[in-house]
Write a protein that binds this ligand. Structure first.
Ligand code: BJW
Length: 245
């Protein structure tokens, strides 16, 4: 009922106040209120007939590099036009109120950094960066020769977004830092993620096993929800500001 829910909520406010190390894992849901479609949302408009889970793969890029490049170009453009929201901003404030905060994101949109968060751990790369599909080197500048995708200026291979596709290994340093933070956390917030994609989905479970207070902030239940996890049911842009005030 409402009362016991709010008591748990207040207990959580205390836990945040007393925490030595707060860890936050975010997913596409935190950017939804900025107007960025989530992964498992049904896409509208131009891209409605494509399944994001099929486009975000090395196989899709091998089969149709132009299609995949154009999908990312569309998203890059979309992301550059939107603004961080109250959820992103609440995490900037929270970082100033606790002794230590580690922010881990699965998002490639850079909105946490634009909101003012520092030292963000990006598990799945960043959509604004481009790398050579052949050599893996990050490319800062390339010629627009009209070819789509553009070619690597060093080796002539295709360029691709510097993001992590299904079947690819996460950046090692980023994942190690994230796992160490989860092990060390007293409070762990999982915000706006379906919790379906590994290895990110295991991070809150590492924290549960270490006895941290683990809280799911989401408008709907996800597989993470079990007896040792608290549930703040609602959009991140409402729940996070309420939690830290
Ligand atoms: C709101 C809201 C609001 C709405 N407020 N919330 C173990 C078991 C089984 C499979 C595997 C396994 N280990 C590895 C795998 C394979 C695979 C995997 O996990 N598959 C599963 C799908 C089964 N993992 C990998 O391949 C990973 N690599 C790897 O493990 O390498 C080693 C290895 C290789 C091969 C075999 C075995 C091991 C790589 C995963 C890379 C994921 N990449 C993507 C694309 C990034 C680039 C891009 O953006 O295009 O990352 S996929 C996509 O999913 C993206 C996201 O970061 C990620 C997670 O999605 P997210 O953020 O949770 O979004 P949604 O849309 O799913 O959910 C949104 C949520 O928000 C919902 O719950 C809403 O309710 C909520 N919401 N509005 C708050 N206002």
């Amino acid at each position: 009922d409402y009362q016991s829910e709010s008591f748990r909520f207040f207990g959580l406010c205390d836990a945040l106040r007393e925490a030595r190390h707060v860890v936050v894992l975010t997913g596409a849901g935190i950017s939804a209120e900025s107007g960025v479609p989530t992964f498992r949302d049904v896409m509208t408009g131009l891209w409605a007939k494509y399944n994001p889970q099929k486009l975000a793969t090395p196989q899709a890029f091998e089969r149709d590099p132009k299609l995949v490049w154009e999908w990312y170009a569309w998203r890059r453009e979309l992301v550059s036009k939107v603004e961080p929201n109250a959820g992103h901003r609440a995490l900037v404030d929270l970082a100033q109120r606790v002794p230590r905060l580690t922010l881990i994101t699965q998002n490639v949109d850079g909105l946490h950094q634009r909101a003012g968060s520092q030292d963000v751990i990006e598990l799945h790369g960043n959509i604004q960066r481009v790398k050579c599909a052949k050599e893996g080197t990050v490319i800062e500048r390339w010629e627009e020769t009209g070819e789509v995708p553009p070619r690597c200026p060093n080796c002539g291979g295709w360029l691709r977004p510097d993001v992590v596709w299904f079947g690819e290994v996460l950046p090692v340093q980023a994942f190690n830092d994230a796992a160490l933070a989860a092990l060390d956390s007293n409070v762990f917030l999982s915000v706006g993620t379906s919790g379906l994609v590994e290895p990110a989905a295991s991070l809150p479970l590492i924290a549960v096993r270490r006895g941290a207070r683990v809280v799911l902030v989401n408008p709907e239940e996800t597989p993470l929800l079990h007896e040792d996890v608290d549930f703040l049911c609602g959009p991140a842009g409402v729940m996070l500001p309420a939690l830290i005030q």
